[in-house]
Design a protein around this ligand. Structure first.
Ligand SMILES: Nc1ncnc2c1ncn2[C@@H]1O[C@H](COP(=O)(O)OP(=O)(O)O)[C@@H](O)[C@H]1O
Ligand SMILES: N[C@@H](CC(=O)OP(=O)(O)O)C(=O)O
Length: 393
């Protein structure tokens, strides 16, 4: 949605589908990124988020998607097609009142269906809904994907196509890893893992809804004619073979999260740690990658929460160390605990390239490494090369 040029590419795709006879509901995100007029982060930079009510913040940031939906409608109308624009509430999206991270309770798609029956191209402002009291809410960052899949379920759609700025789900972020390769078919589960671990390509809640309701999703590039990545459930016979071959690989893809801060509580007293955790829970600060052992409690938080966290730790007179500017790499694969070969190869990569590791841990399906932010790009490329993810399996 960022420029008239890029909107033109999106409009071509919309009109093509419309002319093929599809009923169309387009869900739009806000225009551009931080600094661009009407981008979500640009709105957030205008205010003091620490003092403003979450309700009022939602009111402000919901405007980005309203602006882009009306703009898109205008540009489609200029091409001679009838459109109808909806805010989240107008599209019937009812949420709870957890401002900033609201959950969709139900959708009443009556107006949307009537408009579809009238032959309009329908444009819905993504990332938002409303409560029973007509309060506007937002669904959490990246939430337009949630709107799209939830609306798709409500109108019983044939499929949801997510258009983004890369060719689909890839073996790693192509903006970081030039050799990243498109994964043509993925299971919901694998993409869910990637999305949970920070790959922005699709919101994990969108995958949950699609999986529960068996809604096919395709992730595609707005700017190319690439076929994209098809996401399907595992038992679907058409893609089972491909998924099995993917799953045979020890490692299938990589992702990362930047702006992490590692916190190490030393010489801990378990009661004090418990009391501190209670405060952290009350403050809704999410902890990641935590490991509580006899003498230390290690975890990491997003940099945006580090000020509030430090206050809690200081108030509880805890002895702690902080490493700022960390990044977390997640290596997604299969049976990674049963088979420690992947861990060994990753350790070798870090060791031979003199990259310091702050923390490393694994689950069945992922290995997580916390490193210095400055080593992120080189580490991603080295691990991608080590597992030859650029090669078709
Ligand atoms: N494994 C991956 N495959 C593809 N893209 C990825 C992956 N990991 C991270 N990304 C990032 O996700 C971005 C797309 O997400 P996002 O910027 O939120 O898209 P949009 O604004 O279109 O919703 C890409 O530009 C890419 O940098
Ligand atoms: N505009 C919102 C919602 C969204 O879906 O964004 P994006 O599609 O750019 O991830 C945000 O920035 O969080």
């Amino acid at each position: 949605m960022a420029t008239k040029e890029s909107r033109k590419m999106a409009i071509e795709k919309i009109i093509e589908k419309y002319n093929e006879g599809y009923g169309i509901v387009v869900v739009v995100s806000a225009i551009g990124r931080k600094g661009d007029p009407y981008a979500t982060d640009t709105f957030l930079d205008l205010i003091n988020q620490e003092i403003l009510d979450k309700r009022d913040i939602d009111l402000l940031i919901s405007c980005g998607e309203i602006v882009s939906s009306v703009l898109l409608s205008n540009e489609i109308k200029e091409r001679g097609y009838n459109t109808c624009v909806f805010t989240g509430i107008q599209a019937g999206i009812l949420t709870d009142n957890n401002f900033g991270e609201a959950s969709i309770l139900e959708i009443n798609p009556t107006s949307l269906i009537e408009s579809l029956e009238r032959g309009n191209i329908n444009i819905v402002a993504g990332f938002q809904g409303g409560t029973n009291d007509m309060e506007i809410t937002t669904l959490g960052r990246g939430g337009s994907d949630i709107s799209a899949v939830a609306l798709g379920r409500a109108i019983n759609c044939e499929k949801v196509e997510i258009f983004t700025d890369v060719d689909g789900v890839m073996t790693g972020d192509p903006n970081m890893i030039p050799k990243a390769r498109l994964l043509k078919t993925m299971s919901f589960y694998e993409v869910y893992q990637l999305a949970k671990e920070g790959a922005k390509i699709i919101h994990p809640k969108a995958i949950e809804i699609a999986l529960e309701n068996n809604i096919p999703i395709v992730i595609k590039n707005t700017f190319t004619n690439s076929d994209g990545t098809i996401l399907k459930a595992f038992n679907s016979s058409s893609c089972k073979k491909k998924e099995e071959s993917l799953r045979k690989r020890l490692v299938s893809s990589l992702t990362y999260q930047q702006n992490r801060v590692q916190v190490k509580i030393l010489n801990n007293n378990i009661n004090k740690v418990k009391e501190t955790l209670e405060e952290i829970v009350k403050e809704k600060i999410s902890l990641d990658f935590f490991d509580l052992s006899k003498n230390t409690f290690v975890f990491n938080v997003n940099i945006n929460n580090s000020k509030r966290l430090k206050k809690i730790l200081d108030n509880n007179s805890l002895d702690y160390e902080i490493i700022p500017d960390c990044s977390k790499i997640s290596i997604v694969g299969k049976n990674l605990c049963d088979n420690p070969e992947a861990l060994l190869r990753i350790l070798d990569v870090f060791y031979h390239n003199k990259i310091e590791i702050f923390q490393i841990s694994a689950s069945h399906d992922s290995i997580w490494c916390l490193i210095n932010q400055k080593d992120l790009e080189s580490s991603l490329n080295l691990i991608h090369d080590e597992f030859k993810l650029y090669e078709e399996s």
